[in-house]
Design a protein around this ligand. Sequence first.
Ligand code: DGJ
Length: 697
Amino acid sequence: MATVQFDPDHRLWLLTGPTTAYALRVAEDGGLRHVHWGAVLTLAQAVRLAEQPSPAASSFEAIAGVDELAVEGGPRFGPASLLVRFADGTRGVEWRYDGHDADAGHLRVHLRDRHYPLHVTMHYRLHPDSDVLERWTTVENRDDRRPVTVLRCDSAAWTVPHRGTYRMSHLVGGWNSEFQLRRDSVPVAETVLTSRRGMTSHHANPWLAVDDGTAGEEHGEVWSTALAWSGSWRITVHRDPVGRTSWTGGFGHDGLTWSLAPGETLDTPVFAGLHSTGGFGAASRAWHGYVRRHVLTHPAETRPVLYNSWEATGFDVDEAGQLALAARAASLGVELFVMDDGWFGARASDRAGLGDWTPNPVRFPAGLGPLVAEVRRLGMRFGLWVEPEMVNPDSDLYRAHPDWVLRMANRQRTEMRHQLVLNLARPEVAEWTHGWLDGLVRAHQIDFLKWDANRPFTEAGWPGHDDPDRLWIAHTRAVYQIMDRLRADHPGLRIETCSGGGGRADLGVLARTDQVWTSDNTDPVDRLGIQAGFSQLFPAQVMAAWVTDSPNVATARHTPLRFRFHVAMAGALGIGGDLTTWTEDELKEAAELVAAYKRVRGVVQHGTAYRLRGDGALTAVQYVHDGEHVVLAWCPVRRYGHEPAPLRLTAVAPDAVYRDRKTGTAYPGALLRHSGLPLELPPGDHASTLVHLERLG
Ligand code: DGJ
């Protein structure tokens, strides 16, 4: 259910989802004020809430309540969501309410400036099957002569009810250590989460959750939001001294401008918000449901077991080597073979060739055809690595079009990984990029692209353009458009988003891709933390996870094959090791583990996930789907005499009985909940187990 109610006397709207409600009103100054985000209320109760006095009223702060989209203007001193400067130098906005319309859970509230022809529509959309509220903003310059400079245009500002303390959960990290979950108390200050990199970034993710410090995995009120954007972004959390906490967020980082031409409209990306009452676990499950039903385009599809050649070969790619890997991969039960970097141009290292997207004639003398054909004959689909937004200066592309890259006059041109960024905001560059990708996919009926991006933006200029900053947004939109076009023209094509691992993982890119290359760090112990952070927002079916060699290339840690598999089985399983060096015993065990994954992957990928534990001694996740339960449990380190406490299952009915599909043992649900599931863990460190239960009744 999703309803929008309007009280005309108080000019107040109440949006109601399955278990939560959101209310806003038109204030005396014509702006929109926040009223409520939380439990379901009646319209009369929401009106009463709106009448409560501001805790901050004084001659130093005259705005009562918090704006839905704060502007500069009047006595407002917090972070603005919308900052504009008109052609005559006037800044700020004075609102006039301009009506509203609503249909099918989508409320549009129209505002305009009292003097200038600047029109804003604030969008609120609820789907009947979700408590996630989607918000975004449209700004339109209806002046027929003069532009308006937009200094900031956020998608939405979110406000939580007054509580004594606030805690913020967010994801931080870096390359090889993405999605580290942090829980910090929110200071009385403005706290900025941002990426200035032109990409979502490894370092911060545009998701955050706020609670009053008492929520746990399965209890407590949590307010969380996620921005659907894959370029630079900024979210500012503002807790003021009288206890109001809100955050405003949107695309672009601080300092960028957009000159809104006469007649031009700017639409922001969606900033989605979720209120939940069952702790961080329930919040994650609600996000997973939303991602499946309203973000992903192929949610019902089960992701294939893939093989990726990167860790096995690095840039040392050729037809014979790939054929050898493909034969072994097929014998393990792999369903999709992906050739990574190094297949094109003069790409023998990261120093050259990026941009020259034709197969290297020495490495692939007859082109990609023979490899693709053999991969298909082996019963696998074929995938290919590409990095469409980048170019090595040592490439034919750059020699022909040095002006196509992001650059600024009189500034150095910073190379990172020996590469530069193409300016896809330029229509001819975007067209060229779409052209070669389309031709490549068409020529070989390529099933899967791993779309990589291995450096951030620097010196992001556009010489000759009178509004160069717009490239920060236009580039990302061009990436989206190319992906959308490719997928429309090649309905079988699936795309993995990658930016040196998990540097571009967000709800914006997931609307046009099928999975995320979670991290270049494939060490299974490190992965436990990365995967737990990733699972806060994203469901298991989009979390690509490979089994690679031991010792691990990044950490030098030795781990058993079974442990590596069990960790990767928590998502969309892949294999990325050098199979030509695996022993017969390892290959046999790997084939058995792939088969075991295929028996449970429907539950893992399409089920509901419960993070049971993550206390260092034992990490465990339970997936539930159609009466089947899969439990994966991992003990990275064992201490003599200190075995982990029993693993109590969350999502079992006390009066039902559950049978272990492997051993046949039947467990009463009451015991699984209260005394736990007996775990048969092998001795020693890096112990793990997979239990597949079915509900008997
Ligand atoms: C970074 C990716 O994350 C890796 O998996 C691999 O594709 C390399 N790029 C290739 O250059």
